[in-house]
Design a protein around this ligand. Structure first.
Ligand SMILES: NC(=O)c1ccc[n+]([C@@H]2O[C@H](COP(=O)([O-])OP(=O)(O)OC[C@H]3O[C@@H](n4cnc5c(N)ncnc54)[C@H](OP(=O)(O)O)[C@@H]3O)[C@@H](O)[C@H]2O)c1
Length: 376
């Protein structure tokens, strides 16, 4: 049997998700892994990374094959794959700007472009890199899009906590094409190669012919519930959980009976309406109202699944947008919600509730950015 090829792979963004995928890539034995770490470079260089994973165990002193401080430093060799695991905050830095060393001389004159693999949440995160690659005039860009299901948090710059699963749905990025039903043989081979590396590293992989709809479906929760938490500063039990009935159990938040009827009458129906606005957009984009497309029933599923998770005393999950607001870090407002608003406007679709969420989050983001600029 032929020995599987070992690829040079770069991962940019050694945060909560990046650390787990750097580990998975290295565990695969199919990748020589270079990692760009920014603020945590010294911590990882000096002490290695510490994983507290319910799936992969307790691992201390972990290092990739090569750790570098910047994309410029990494741009000294060709890579098969470049994984992007930063937060998508185009207001601070666009992806072409981040990858400028790969998109300019001497890199472009010396090496072939890699396949870029986006492990970021949000809509159209791939678009500006796609245009930058088109502008290079070196042929069709090779971009893999993903929807990632994982729960991981950075506890310290080089310590990550990870729950018991990581799942990735993979598909090729096709600019402005949301309805493809099959992968070409070349696309299928590319996805199988990326998928086989991640699978060998322990991750759970699904390959699909059209991935944007998966990202759109996943984004529904972020637009509705993550926004609500970020705007109200409360975790989601604040709209779902009854007060403790057993005196030996205490928790907050819960819905005070005083105005619980108003939450039921106004808050949850407005979230439902925001989700329904997004479904209208999704169908206008071209996703069919079918189980493999964007079924209208997903609105009830999203609300019910969220309710089930957050009515119980054990609910401790904090939506990432709320976490970012609390830490004073920029939120992914543009790719999670701004892009949905722009796609709707471009199609003449009105989404008043989603636009209102966007308008309010813009103020939150603006203040986060102002404080970061003041502290420079
Ligand atoms: N966490 C989850 O459970 C989860 C689940 C599903 C999807 N996602 C998505 O995955 C993506 C990453 O999220 P995350 O939670 O891993 O974020 P994170 O913990 O904030 O990590 C982002 C990392 O990217 C680094 N970075 C940012 N800009 C950089 C640059 N120019 N050069 C080098 N490194 C840079 C940051 O370094 P600095 O410290 O220097 O800023 C940080 O280490 C997001 O799109 C998120 O929505 C996350």
């Amino acid at each position: 049997m032929a020995t599987p090829r070992v690829h040079d792979v770069l991962l940019v963004g050694l945060g909560a998700v990046g650390a787990i995928y750097a580990l998975i890539l290295k565990r695969s034995g199919l990748a020589r892994v270079t990692v760009v770490a920014r603020s945590n470079y010294d911590a990882v260089h000096n002490h290695g990374f510490h994983f507290k994973s319910r799936k992969y165990g307790e691992i201390t002193g972990w290092r990739p094959d090569r750790l570098v401080r910047s994309v410029a430093e990494a741009a000294d060799r060709p890579y098969s794959y470049v994984f992007l695991t930063t937060k998508a905050i185009p207001e601070r830095m666009t992806t072409p700007h981040l990858f400028n060393p790969f998109l300019s001389s001497p890199y472009v004159d010396t090496y072939a472009q890699p396949t870029y693999v986006f492990l970021q949440n949000g809509l159209n995160v791939e678009a500006d890199l796609y245009h930058a690659l088109i502008n290079l005039g070196k042929g069709k860009p090779s971009i893999v899009s993903t929807a990632v299901w994982i729960g991981s948090n950075l506890l310290e710059p080089n310590v990550v906590e990870h729950n018991h699963f990581d799942k990735v749905t993979l598909g090729v990025y096709r600019h402005n094409d949301f309805t493809a039903e099959t992968n070409t043989p070349a696309e299928a081979a590319l996805l199988e190669d990326v998928g086989s590396i991640l699978r060998a590293g322990g991750s759970t992989i699904t390959i699909v012919p059209e991935v944007q709809r998966m990202k759109f479906s996943k984004n529904l929760w972020n637009v509705s519930f993550s926004s609500l938490a970020a705007l109200t500063s409360y975790r989601l039990p604040a709209i779902f959980r009854a007060p403790p009935s057993d005196p030996s159990v205490s928790y907050t938040p819960y819905v005070s009976p005083t105005t619980a009827d108003l939450i039921t009458k106004y808050t949850i129906p407005n979230i439902r309406s925001a989700l329904q606005e997004l479904i209208v957009l999704g169908h206008a984009i071209g996703y069919p109202d079918t189980p493999n497309g964007l079924p209208s029933s997903i609105v009830d599923t999203v609300i019910e699944n969220t309710r089930k998770l957050h009515i119980v005393p054990e609910s401790t999950h904090k939506p990432s947008m709320l976490l970012d607001v609390e830490k004073g870090q920029p939120i992914e407002v543009e790719v999670i919600i701004g892009e949905a608003v722009r796609m709707a406007r471009a199609r003449g679709i009105e989404m008043p509730r989603v636009e209102m969420l966007y308008a309010l989050l813009l103020v939150v983001q603006n203040q986060i950015l102002r404080k970061l600029e003041e502290s420079k």
